[in-house]
Design a protein around this ligand. Sequence first.
Ligand SMILES: Cc1cc2nc3c(=O)[nH]c(=O)nc-3n(C[C@H](O)[C@H](O)[C@H](O)COP(=O)(O)OP(=O)(O)OC[C@H]3O[C@@H](n4cnc5c(N)ncnc54)[C@H](O)[C@@H]3O)c2cc1C
Length: 341
Amino acid sequence: MGAGVFGLAAAFACARRGARVRVLDRRGIGAGASGGLVGALAPHAPEGWNEAKAFQLESLVMAEGWWAEVAAISGADPGYGRIGRVQPLADAAAVVRARQRGAEAAARWGRDWLWQVLPAAEAPGLAVASPSGFAVHDTLTARLEPRRAVAALAMAVAALGGQVETGDTAPERGAVIWATGWEGLAALGIGGPEKGQALRLATDAGAAPLVMAPGLFLVPHADGSVALGSTAERKFDDPASTDGQLDAVLARAIALCPALAGAAVLERWSGLRPRAASRAALLGAWPGRPGHYLANGGFKIGFGLAPLAGERLAELVLHGHDRIPAAFDPSVLLAREDWKR
Ligand SMILES: Cc1cc2nc3c(=O)[nH]c(=O)nc-3n(C[C@H](O)[C@H](O)[C@H](O)COP(=O)(O)OP(=O)(O)OC[C@H]3O[C@@H](n4cnc5c(N)ncnc54)[C@H](O)[C@@H]3O)c2cc1C
């Protein structure tokens, strides 16, 4: 249930294992948070390591091959590219912290991925303003185009013999995975929506790295646009509108990266992230409902988590093999009264 990136990733992983799969969405493919513009696949900070961070890292590392397989099976391009990331550093303290993180990254991420602090003027890609004069460059971060990615996943599911249809009546037979985004969390009383606004500029940055600052992503896409995001709004009147908060994101992006000034705005968009009260993903059996499973709480990193989330759920649903971290166990969140809202 739900044709966002979580539902489609799980359906794809199940279909590839030979299962007969049907995906139902009450509005259509990518009609929720997954139909957006940004598509940053950025790792968590390497310090304070835990199983949730390790899961995200494994998903980001496997993403390149996984999305290539989606592309090969569907014949459609998800817009994936491992372009890396540049983060300007605010002050001397941030430079010291970034150097410490570099040591942690080497230990946690392994040798394949670089994390280096360098003079901002030497960072690859778009020229960035950096108050400290320094920036971090990492090579693990990637991007995809969210709408093309979910469309490619739906086509891959169909190519594997599955169906993707409009509807919201759960079948009475077979296993059911509920990947219904913020509405699913709200119905369970364990979370709800966080609105985010984003936009797309007509600026061809080629394969320049993403640029990231607190609360701000600049994501160069393969189609010759740069996506900018995002706001984070717990309180809002209209889920579908964009407003002055998005203008402020654009102004901050231009201050950070002056080359964006004057670029035409191609689109302004808003969506509702599925935010669990725990802020962690929810993956696994639905307590008290045999044969039903939850795949939710992707929050700000749903596209990054989706490949491994889909694969681990398929293992659980089809083979009873549970390799999902305890941190994502739905029964923990559902049992905690203090997290229910
Ligand atoms: C502005 C913004 C920027 C973002 N940037 C990034 C980013 O850079 N990187 C990243 O990884 N993530 C990002 N995210 C987060 C990411 O988009 C989400 O985590 C992800 O899309 C969640 O996917 P989902 O499948 O769980 O939910 P959704 O995509 O919301 O899908 C849920 C679907 O379920 C359907 N549905 C609901 N109830 C039912 C029902 N009862 N029956 C049938 N269907 C139902 C809905 O119509 C919807 O299509 C961003 C989000 C926003 C809003």
